[in-house]
Design a protein around this ligand. Structure first.
Ligand code: NA7
Length: 543
């Protein structure tokens, strides 16, 4: 054994067949599959002090899932589907975290998860065909397979505001929320950001604080969630119909339990269209965008949905100035991740809520007592950054990952995340990425995408073991061809037309502008992955 990374404290390296990074939905299921189905030795390394990934970190007020609870679940175990009962249509963060802990306990996963352990570096040693993985505590692990289940939205983005270090109040990023919570009582609070997170947090913070100022850069669409407790009848329906629900989720574009209707906006007259939108608005949730098949494909079709939502925003917000700022939306509906909300726009009717349009008065500096824009100064006790993530690649690039011939992931992803199927990167043998860039991931109900990836990886490793292969690597040509397909799939939609989209990396200064997720739909993607596996894993090189 010839470790290429040295331990800091001369501890003996620990060896495993596979090492998984991250103990969220992905890492937990990958552990279960490799350990229990393939009987491999596996360790999961998790930076947090608890399991749960996204749902361990995102504890901000109002944090909730925007997939419906019964679909935001593992579907691999019939017993689990029968055991677990969600309470609400859209589960709150604590309920999802309880669910993940329940799963971890039920399948005895925790003994194989090492918490408080952040991976800082990983190097592939070609001679031994092993990954040498280093952690922030100086531990060294050695493994044949390295699998990243690090999540797509796990590296926070906090904008650089001049003078922020002078601010005497408290500031928090929503995805690094203190476990003890934040007491907003009597406080003047500022929230920067009106993406899904801001839209969830703002109504709750408004209720709890003395005064809230929302700093909005880009106006956003949002759909009413119409959250409610699940009825006894619906819970019974779920238990009796889990197979058919799973079948629908597997066969749809976005992995939800509803199908995008195969009709065009232009197939119906104005009155019919209005009635369809009205019905969808009443039902609430992301299903609104499934009303017609061409909403995300054709700008003129999209305009009808956009106009309908903008009309609703104007009806909800009484102050005409606020209504104008909130409804001045510069991108097509659903071309950015569409948030769903609980009385978001109505929150602006409260006396204690102000709205600042950062496009007409940008933030200039922070001061000891708040934020100064080009127009005035806002006094704040607490500043909340709901400013999103360095999505899809940020967490990978914070680790120093080195593949063949000393090439780092940073080198190979300099112009964008080269990958094959979002599962592997050429030059990084035996390294798999669960819901990596190049896969449908964030464009879907993510647990469905995760189950597909984890099961594909498990079958692939099983195949290798049966065939006596020790090493798998994505072919460079196949990867380049895949990137062309990812690009074509995106450009067949309105998704790449948005300027400030994190799908494109455009929210992070200096990040290459490449549309990262695969927009061809989960069902089509699943078929491609299955066909490639069936065709002797075309595009992968085995040794
Ligand atoms: P998002 O969707 O990236 O939203 C971030 C928000 O923060 C958005 O309104 C941004 O405005 C705003 N932002 C970011 N940087 C700045 C600066 N420098 N100044 C002012 N405003 C800024 O992140 P979320 O956490 O809301 O949601 C992420 C995903 O989590 C979501 O899609 C779900 O999948 C769950 P912008 O629009 O860029 O002008």
């Amino acid at each position: 054994m010839n470790p290429v990374i040295k331990t800091q404290n001369n501890t003996v390296p620990q060896e495993f067949d596979a090492l998984v990074i991250g103990a969220g939905f992905s890492g937990m299921y990958q552990l279960l599959c490799l350990r229990d189905k393939l009987k491999m030795s596996v360790k999961v390394l998790e930076a947090g002090a608890g399991i749960g990934g996204t749902w361990y970190w995102n504890r901000y007020p109002g944090a909730r899932c925007d997939s419906e609870s019964h679909t935001y679940s593992y579907y691999f175990s019939k017993e689990l589907l029968q055991d677990w009962e969600w309470t609400e249509r859209y589960p709150q963060q604590p309920e999802i975290l309880s669910y993940l802990n329940y799963v971890a306990d039920k399948f005895n996963l925790k003994p194989d998860i090492e918490l408080n352990t952040k991976v800082t570096a990983a190097r592939y040693d070609e001679a031994s065909n092993r990954w040498h993985v280093q952690t922030d505590s100086g531990q060294l692990f050695i493994c044949q397979f390295l699998i990243a289940g690090v999540g797509c939205l796990s590296s926070t983005n906090t904008p650089q505001i001049r003078g922020l270090d002078q601010f005497k109040g408290k500031s928090y990023h929503t995805a690094q929320w203190p476990h003890e919570g934040v007491d907003f009582k009597g406080k003047h609070v500022g929230v920067i950001g009106t993406g899904s997170t801001g839209i969830q947090a703002i109504p709750v913070i408004a209720e709890q604080s003395a005064h809230l100022t929302v700093f909005q850069r880009t106006a956003n669409y949002s759909l009413p969630a119409r959250n409610a407790p699940l009825t006894t009848e619906f819970k019974k329906y779920l238990k009796e119909n889990s197979d058919s629900i799973r079948e629908i989720m597997h066969s749809t574009t976005n992995g939800h339990s509803f199908r995008i209707l195969d009709r065009s906006v232009h197939d119906v007259n104005n009155q019919e269209r209005e009635a369809i939108y009205e019905e969808a608005w009443k039902k609430g949730g992301l299903q609104f965008r499934a009303s017609f098949g061409d909403i995300l494909l054709d700008k003129s079709a999209n305009d009808t949905a956009a106009e309908f939502i903008i009309k609703k925003i104007r009806q909800s917000v009484k102050d005409p100035v606020k209504a104008a700022i909130l409804s001045d939306i510069d991108h097509p509906f659903a071309a950015k991740r569409p948030p769903i909300d609980n009385y978001y726009f109505e929150t602006y009717n409260r006396d204690n809520v102000d709205l600042v349009d950062l496009r007409s008065e940008p933030i200039e500096t922070a001061s000891a007592s708040g934020l100064k824009t080009s127009r005035t100064h806002y006094d704040l006790d607490i500043l909340v950054f709901a400013t999103g993530f360095d999505a899809m690649t940020g967490t990978f690039l914070k680790m120093d990952i080195q593949g063949l011939n000393g090439v780092t992931l940073k080198d190979i992803w300099h112009d964008g995340p080269l990958n094959y199927l979002g599962l592997q990167v050429p030059g990084f043998p035996n390294f798999f990425t669960i819901t990596g860039p190049g896969s449908p991931s964030v464009l879907c109900n993510v647990p469905v995408a995760i189950e597909q990836h984890v099961e594909w990886i498990t079958t692939c490793i099983d195949h290798m073991r049966k065939e006596g292969f020790k090493r798998i690597e994505a072919d460079t040509n196949a990867s380049n061809e895949w990137l062309i397909k990812v690009n074509e799939a995106a450009h067949a939609t309105l998704l790449p037309t948005v300027k400030h989209s994190w799908y494109l990396g455009a929210n992070i200064p200096g990040k290459p502008r490449v549309f990262m997720p695969y927009a061809g739909g989960l069902a089509r993607y699943r078929k491609i992955c299955d066909e490639i596996a069936h065709d002797q894993y075309r595009g992968f090189i085995f040794n």
